[in-house]
Design a protein around this ligand. Structure first.
Ligand code: FAD
Ligand code: PYC
Length: 415
């Protein structure tokens, strides 16, 4: 695979861009692999990448029922932060955030990481105390955050109305190196790097069944036939329970739609990311100028990957007191993704009751930010058969043992 570089752009400009290669191959499946990963979202692709890069396992297939990055990875609002409360969460989200800092260089693909800063507004006294507590916890965890007052909020984001009648802004939890990245590029960058290592990314290939012998996985039945494997990773987000059932076990996960929308593009007016969790809204401005806006999950479990009108109304009504300027914007597009929620709002990176089969799911409304760290930890689990330090706390046995990692506040999105 040829490297992308300024020199390559100049060379291609001179020959009318006729010489670019395909970013990844489109192979037919082989009869078997050392490792198969179901799901070519960010987490599945990152798992494959770090299996190759960190553990030298490259006889790998990533199997996707649709197109790569077409699930939640290509549908999210791209917020990256690591301001979680519990130690295991801070460790994995901060690992992910720090990998994002150099991901473009690592993958030789511009993922447009933009550490513009993320603030979570405190609009009730309860939130003030909660975010001050998180700032103290983050200081102990080595995660750089700061509790800031309303004047600093206004300085950082002049379009915020801080004296709202119902929910005045009392302060914020500020993470200066949080931000955003281009979601598709994260999937595409990992896919290209995996393909370059010789891995097969097989799209339009739904997994229909999981086969086992003597309590261990031997392969998967797919729309393109049987594919054998020694190790299987299930990384399918909102469809985790469906695929787990094929493998013969149940998960403590519910599936819900989470929706988002974007406005027409406008001139630059906001160069930070703002989350307003009391009213359930969050907003940032994309490089194209659109205001990227999201709210809470649907109030009922479902698999419908779509937007709905009542959600636009609810989300904008929630945000308008704090951002009066959005009342004058036209909204362009809306969509939904199916998120996988656990009871403690923390993920599963876990062995399963089926030998050789591992699961990575439960990232719910907040897994985009985790992709590099999650892939790193899942690759270690799949390569060694045991979790490393990043994944150790996230086994599914924690639900049997009552050892929850409660992140219902830090998850930041209503559910
Ligand atoms: P996905 O990207 O969904 O990938 C799973 C893949 O598995 C899919 O491509 C699917 O087609 C495939 N699959 C499913 N079943 C099968 C099968 N049987 N056979 C083969 N393939 C199968 N997180 C943040 O950190 N910040 C945010 O700002 C943020 N905003 C969000 C906003 C919205 C509207 C949504 C929906 C989510 C948001 N998230 C956010 C959450 C984040 O998008 C997800 O946690 C993350 O993308 C999950 O990645 P994934 O790779 O696990 O799943
Ligand atoms: O986890 O930061 C997050 C998030 C923002 C919007 C949806 N999830």
């Amino acid at each position: 695979m040829r490297r992308y570089s300024a020199f390559a752009i100049a060379r291609e400009a001179l020959r009318h861009h006729q010489g670019w290669e395909r970013a990844w191959r489109a192979p037919e499946p082989k009869p078997g692999y050392d490792a198969v990963i179901i799901g070519a979202g960010g987490h599945g692709l990152a798992t494959a990448y770090y299996l190759g890069k960190n553990h030298g396992v490259t006889n790998v297939a990533v199997i996707e029922k649709g197109w790569l990055g077409g699930g939640n990875t290509g549908r999210n609002t791209t917020i990256i932060r690591s301001n979680y409360l519990q130690d295991p969460s801070a460790a994995i989200y901060e690992k992910a955030r720090s990998l994002y800092e150099t991901l473009s260089q690592d993958l030789n693909y511009n993922v447009m990481f933009s550490p513009r800063g993320v603030m979570m507004l405190a609009q009730t006294h309860h939130e003030v105390r909660g975010y001050q507590r998180t700032a103290h916890a983050n200081a102990l965890q080595g995660v750089v955050t700061e509790y800031i007052g309303p004047e600093r909020v206004k300085d950082l984001c002049p379009i915020i109305h801080i004296d709202g009648p119902r929910y005045p802004v009392l302060g914020a939890l500020w993470q200066p190196r949080g931000g955003t990245a281009r979601h598709d590029a994260v999937a595409w960058g990992y896919a290209r790097a995996c393909s370059a290592m010789g891995m097969d990314i097989i799209q339009q290939c739904e997994v229909l069944g999981v086969r086992s012998e003597g309590g261990s996985v031997v392969g998967v039945d797919t729309a393109k036939g049987f594919i054998g494997c020694k190790r299987l990773g299930i990384v399918v987000a909102g469809h985790s329970s469906v695929v787990a059932e094929m493998a013969g076990f149940r998960l403590p996960v519910e599936s819900l739609a989470l929706q988002a929308l974007v406005s027409e593009p406008i001139k630059p007016c906001m160069d930070v990311v703002v989350m307003a969790n009391t009213v359930h809204g969050y907003m940032s401005q994309s490089d194209k100028g659109e205001m990227v806006i999201g709210g809470g999950t649907d109030g009922f479990n479902n698999y419908t990957q779509r937007g709905s009108f009542h959600h636009i109304e609810e989300t904008l009504r929630a945000l308008i007191e704090t951002f009066p300027m959005i009342s004058r914007l036209k909204m362009l597009r809306q969509w939904g993704g199916i998120v996988d929620m656990t009871g403690d709002r923390s993920p599963l990176i876990s062995k399963t009751p089926l030998g050789g089969c591992f699961i990575n799911c439960g990232w719910g409304t907040g897994g985009f930010k985790a992709i590099p760290g999650s892939g790193w930890a899942m690759a270690e689990l799949m390569a060694k058969g045991e979790p490393g330090p990043l994944a150790a706390a996230f086994g599914m046995e924690r639900f049997r043992e009552g050892r929850f990692i409660d992140e219902s506040v830090a998850a930041g999105v209503a559910h």
